[in-house]
Design a binder for this molecule. Structure first.
Ligand code: GRF
Length: 195
């Protein structure tokens, strides 16, 4: 395929990273376009935010399926129907199966709010504070079957400051998320067009 890399964003929540990706993709020379936003949660505010930004956005309500295989089959169908080549997870709160990840190998990115391999999993800001870390941050990585473990594409560090609580720390990290996720998507999309 040629032209811009058709990219989908999968989310479960507010969608601030999705908005950052959509904003970056408005640039004429950006190598990817956000063609579709999908959410496992019909009430996710990110769906409405995507529509407001002019991006097709659909729910694939996990509760309507018999289980993960049926849910993922539908996801796969929607992605392929939209001609999607690359998937960005952005606050998507479901673990994808090894078989789904293999089918999309090298074509799924995720943003995780920690300096991987440190602090995989949930509640990273609370844990960074509880463990007395001096530094925290975020990582964009390829998704592999093992959770939060695929190869790193981009990383940004922020200091943990005296008086930080999980919200102030999350806000500082989020500024960096919105900077590095578009940069990582840009880099990956360029490699897809070169290879
Ligand atoms: C971000 O902190 C991201 O790193 C994590 O979930 C959060 C999603 O936020 N995976 P948003 O929905 O993009 O605002």
């Amino acid at each position: 395929m040629s032209g811009r890399v058709r990219t989908a964003v999968l989310l479960s929540g507010r969608g601030s990273n999705m908005k950052a990706l959509v904003a970056a993709a408005r640039r004429q020379d950006f190598p990817a376009e956000i063609a579709l936003v999908l959410s496992d949660k019909p009430q996710a505010p990110g769906l409405e935010a995507a529509r407001e930004a002019g991006v097709p956005a659909e729910a694939v309500d996990f509760r309507r399926f018999s289980g993960r295989p049926a849910f993922e089959a539908e996801l796969d169908l929607r992605l392929r129907a939209a001609g999607v080549e690359l998937v960005c997870l952005a606050g998507f709160m479901r673990i994808l199966s090894a078989s789904f990840v293999e089918r999309w190998e090298g074509r799924i990115l995720n943003i995780h709010p920690s300096l991987l391999p440190d602090l995989r999993g949930l509640n990273t800001h609370d844990r960074a504070l509880a463990e007395g870390r001096a530094e925290h941050g975020c990582t964009v990585h390829y998704v592999s079957a093992e959770l939060d473990a695929g190869p790193t594409i981009a990383m940004a560090r922020v200091p943990v400051l005296p008086g930080d609580d999980p919200d102030s720390l999350a806000a500082r990290v989020l500024v960096e998320e919105h900077r590095i996720y578009p940069a990582a998507l840009e880099a990956v999309a360029r490699t897809l067009r070169v290879s």
